[in-house]
Ligand binder design. Structure first.
Ligand SMILES: Cc1cc2nc3c(=O)[nH]c(=O)nc-3n(C[C@H](O)[C@H](O)[C@H](O)COP(=O)(O)OP(=O)(O)OC[C@H]3O[C@@H](n4cnc5c(N)ncnc54)[C@H](O)[C@@H]3O)c2cc1C
Ligand code: HEM
Length: 394
């Protein structure tokens, strides 16, 4: 992997991977490594503690997961470098400066060395890790230092609509427009949940008026999403970081597209479809929209409307159950003439069986298990894994 003059050679990459895998294979390895990393980081750099939320149980593994993700992808530098540059720009929201990267790198090496033991942690391994971390940090720092746009945006809630018992559509007016690509996501904090950043995907394309819309599902037992869905008031202000992610229409590839979205995973797909609808030429797109119950397809009418006026777009609704739960009283919407009727089944299975997608660009959005199942099923049907894209799984 190469960035400017620095590079990590293939021997170093394999040493880094081997040690990381060995540590991950120890019982509770990743969790214990994370704990030890944060203990060392906070003990040696008490000022850094205040960047992190008071309660860190739920998401403390994210930083270490990201490093694992990067290490896993080191052979394919382009997407990793893009990911790290975005992450670096986004990390400006914490107030991170260059010196913090040294502190994080040292804490990680200390924790890893402690776990790997002297036998595995040779000088060569030590050098390989230092090179890898230096490169990761330099890409993040360079991108952050080169960015002169705002580190955060403030959005004022102008509409909050509960479209399902556990899903809300929230519209906000930003203090200044944000130039995100349709399909990207941003990290968000809400009042009452300080420093607890969560990712949300805008459901409409960026616009010069600075309007933004999110679809949020309440995760039961979650720290932040229940507040977003159940305790949001008009006039509340949400804070947002820089855009992240690489989902989008790749017009250089000139391929038709398959999109699979389940639940609020429809948001980044909808933003892309809306943006495509503003252009004259588009690839053909099949979008499969999934949920447990028919009512979980809360946005199907918008997609049908888009499809009615855009012949390149085919919408296939899918739900695991054929009827709504008894407490949901609204009738199941009927598709307009010429549109596919809802199919009963799991969205990944229905999409995989529906046609030949081996030459399509594929995007999958939803929970980690939806993404993994869809990838597995599509691969079994001959779709090359390099044609499938999804956001990083944390
Ligand atoms: C790239 C990306 C884009 C995202 N976009 C959206 C979006 O547009 N709309 C949206 O509603 N959410 C989205 N999410 C999920 C969101 O960022 C939060 O993870 C989610 O809202 C849970 O946060 P929480 O604080 O309520 O739960 P936490 O307090 O973080 O977690 C509580 C518990 O719930 C589990 N958990 C976390 N998330 C889920 C989940 N999705 N399903 C089941 N269990 C879970 C955790 O493992 C933990 O055990 C996105 C996530 C990613 C990675
Ligand atoms: C070494 C390279 C680093 C990588 C790959 C990395 C990666 C990540 C990722 C992926 C997340 C979760 C998503 C997010 O909120 O953006 C995260 C969170 C965070 N990172 Fe970093 N990071 C790095 C360095 C740093 C440094 C130097 C600091 C400053 C001390 C820092 C502080 C934080 C904080 C405060 C969070 C929020 C954690 C939480 O919500 O629990 N990170 N990091």
């Amino acid at each position: 992997m190469r960035n400017g003059d620095s590079a990590v050679d293939s021997t170093a990459i394999s040493l880094v991977r081997t040690t990381f895998k060995a540590v991950a294979a120890i019982e509770d390895g990743p969790a214990r490594l994370t704990q030890s990393f944060y203990s060392v980081l906070f003990a040696n750099n008490p000022d850094v503690r205040e960047f992190f939320p008071a309660a860190m149980e739920a998401q403390r593994e994210r930083l270490v997961h990201a490093i694992a993700y990067v290490i896993d992808q080191l052979d394919d530098p382009e997407p990793v470098l893009l990911f790290l540059a975005q992450l670096g720009r986004d990390h400006r929201k914490y107030g991170v400066v260059d010196a913090h990267y040294t502190a994080v790198g040292n804490a990680l090496i200390f924790a890893l060395k402690n776990f790997a033991g002297n036998e595995m942690w040779t000088d060569e391994v030590d050098n390989a890790w230092r090179e890898a971390i230096a490169l990761i940090a330099s890409v993040m720092m360079e991108a952050a230092n080169a960015e002169d746009g705002p580190a955060t945006w403030t959005g004022t809630v102008v509409e909050h609509k509960q479209v399902l018992q556990d899903v809300a559509v929230v519209r906000l007016q930003l203090d200044r427009p944000m130039e995100y690509g349709a399909g990207q996501y941003v990290s968000v904090t809400v009042p009452g949940r300080p420093r607890m950043w969560r990712y949300l995907s805008p459901a409409i394309p960026a616009n010069p008026e600075g309007q933004i819309e999110f679809h949020v599902r309440r995760v039961s037992g979650g720290w932040v999403s229940p507040a977003m869905v159940g305790q949001t008031n008009l006039g509340d202000t949400w804070l947002m970081g820089s855009p992240l992610g690489a989902l989008g229409v790749d017009r250089t590839r000139n391929r038709d597209m398959l999109m699979i979205g389940s639940g609020t995973g429809i948001a980044p797909l909808r933003a892309q479809l809306m943006e495509m609808a503003m252009r004259a030429n588009n690839p053909n797109v099949h979008v499969f929209v999934g949920g447990n119950y028919p009512c979980d397809l809360y946005d199907i009418e918008t997609l049908w409307q888009l499809s009615l006026t855009n012949p390149w777009l085919t919408v296939v609704p899918v739900s695991e159950e054929d009827t709504n739960p008894w407490w949901h009283l609204d009738p199941i919407p009927t598709p307009p003439a010429g549109m596919y009727k809802r199919i009963t089944g799991k969205v990944s299975a229905v999409a995989a069986e529906f046609g030949d997608w081996s030459n399509h660009d594929v995007q999958i959005v939803g929970s980690a298990s939806t993404i993994q199942t869809a990838k597995f099923r599509l691969q079994a049907k001959g779709v090359p894994v390099e044609n499938m894209r999804h956001d990083p799984l944390y």
